[in-house]
Design a protein around this ligand. Structure first.
Ligand code: 2AM
Length: 191
């Protein structure tokens, strides 16, 4: 049978950003919030989720991703802001926001979409909204998220935390009962 891997392309983040995610999670947990928290060590900024891709296509996909970063220089982003998808009053995903040099980020996203978008299992029509996921909210968690808009505002007031984007990484995601495990397939360095 032909093998398929669950793949996504993302920007890896440095230690201090992972620590910011861990601190935000600890803050919300201390409020008694329950949710499916991410492992802060696995934090990344998703650029493109491909879903299941035949392993036969990996050479073509990596070639397409390499092409998509060609000519792009490193840039600076910041962790800043916090929110919930689709809305703080109907939360399904809790996140920390991203700002800074969002123009080169948008260019990277556009070039990845143009070069490699056809490898995705499904097309995602939603506009790209850069974020670092903190948690996924299950229906049974909702009652624990007291005063969520106010808590998100509190997290949003933390000082912006800058980091450098110097690469795009192709990850494989394997889902286990204990949570997802991400492994690096290939890295594409920016200039
Ligand atoms: P996230 O960036 O909001 O956390 C690996 O699953 C990564 O791809 C996750 O970080 C996840 O979301 C992102 N992703 C985007 N679309 C997805 C989808 N339809 N299913 C699973 N993960 C998705």
């Amino acid at each position: 049978m032909r093998e398929e891997w669950r793949l996504f392309a993302a920007i890896p983040v440095p230690d201090d950003v992972r620590q910011r995610v861990a601190a935000a999670i600890a803050h919300l947990q201390a409020r008694g919030y329950r949710a499916k928290w991410v492992d802060p060590e696995a934090t990344h900024l998703t650029v493109k989720f491909f879903g299941s891709v035949a392993t036969d296509s990996l050479p073509d996909l990596t070639r397409a991703l390499r092409k998509s970063v060609t000519g792009l220089a490193r840039f600076e982003l910041q962790v800043h802001g916090a929110g919930a998808f689709p809305h703080p009053l109907r939360p399904r995903v809790l996140w920390l926001g991203i700002d800074g040099e969002t123009a080169p980020l948008a260019q990277l996203v556009e070039q990845v979409e143009r070069s490699a978008g056809s490898f995705a299992e499904k097309t995602d029509e939603r506009p790209f909204h850069p974020h670092l996921t903190l948690a996924r909210v299950r229906p049974e968690d909702l009652a624990t998220l007291r005063a969520l808009p106010q808590e998100l505002e509190r997290l949003a007031r933390l000082p912006p935390l800058p980091f450098t984007v110097d690469r795009l990484t192709l990850y494989r995601s394997e889902l286990f009962r204990s949570g997802p495990r991400y492994t690096i397939i290939e890295e594409f360095l920016l200039r």
